[in-house]
Design a protein around this ligand. Structure first.
Ligand code: HEC
Length: 234
């Protein structure tokens, strides 16, 4: 009996030792992923990566990320593979549309350059030829901004990013990413004409919302855009 107890005790310590040494080798890492442009490309990455490397995908978070990039979390054994290796392999995987994924490194960069018109509206704020005719009819700004925020999440965030950084999930396939919308933070009524115009007519990959949204819905969005702040740490 004594012998049995002693064996069990040493078994127990052995088990603790083994599991703690396994734990020490198992690391968790996050990768920001560029190149996810559809549901199919999410699935492809999730199925291809574990086939090529011995690792476990914890999740691929598309929405709740600070940077706006989808975040892939993986668990791997650091004795067998390295973070660099995982990054390299991600870059070798092709999504169903023929793009390659890429790990996003480094700080966010400004997207599309400001156009002449935008620089003009921002600096003159008021008397801009062509855009100055419309007047913002909003009376209750607080309610309008709230409605605008809801509509933004539903209609715009997929391209512009939830925080307005221009890295929405869908926008990753574009040649020109939308600009960071916080450039309009606090803009006065001088910017209204331009914002109304771009929402109505669209531009390149930006759809013409005039076709599907009422004027009030578009003013709600304009009022909301002007409240978008640059996130901390970007
Ligand atoms: C399919 C993707 C897509 C969706 C959805 C979309 N946008 Fe855009 N948006 C763009 C792109 C791309 C640009 C940049 C166009 C360019 O400059 O060529 C843009 C530009 C803009 C601009 C001009 C930014 C600037 O600083 O000049 C505003 C404002 C804007 N979008 C607002 C919205 C709002 C509000 C919605 C939702 C109702 C929305 N967008 C939905 C892709 C999109």
């Amino acid at each position: 009996m004594k012998f049995f107890i002693r064996t069990c005790v040493s078994c127990f310590f052995f088990a603790v030792f083994v599991s703690s040494s396994i734990m020490a080798e198992t690391l968790e890492e996050e990768f920001k992923i560029e190149g996810i442009i559809s549901l199919a490309s999410i699935k492809a990455l999730q199925s291809e990566l574990p086939k090529k490397l011995d690792l476990k995908i914890i999740d691929l978070d598309l929405k709740k990320t600070n940077s706006g990039w989808p975040v892939l979390r993986v668990q791997y054994n650091s004795d067998l593979i390295t973070k660099d290796k995982i990054e390299a392999v991600i870059g070798e995987i092709e999504d169903p549309a023929g793009h390659f994924y890429k790990v996003h490194n480094g700080p966010l960069v400004a997207n599309a350059e400001l156009s002449e018109e935008e620089i003009q509206v921002m600096s003159v704020m008021g008397d801009v030829v062509g855009f100055s005719e419309v007047k913002n009819p909003t009376i209750d700004f607080e309610t309008s901004v709230k409605r605008g925020e809801e509509s933004f999440k539903k209609n715009c965030a997929k391209c512009h990013g939830l925080n307005g950084n221009g890295y929405g999930v869908v926008a990753h396939g574009f040649t020109t990413w939308p600009k960071q919308l916080w450039v309009w933070n606090g803009a006065d009524s001088g910017a209204d004409g331009y914002l109304f115009w771009i929402l109505e007519n669209g531009k390149s990959d930006m759809p013409p919302w005039g076709l599907v949204m009422s004027e009030e819905e578009r003013w709600d969005l304009i009022n909301y855009i002007k409240t978008i702040k640059k996130p901390e740490g970007i």
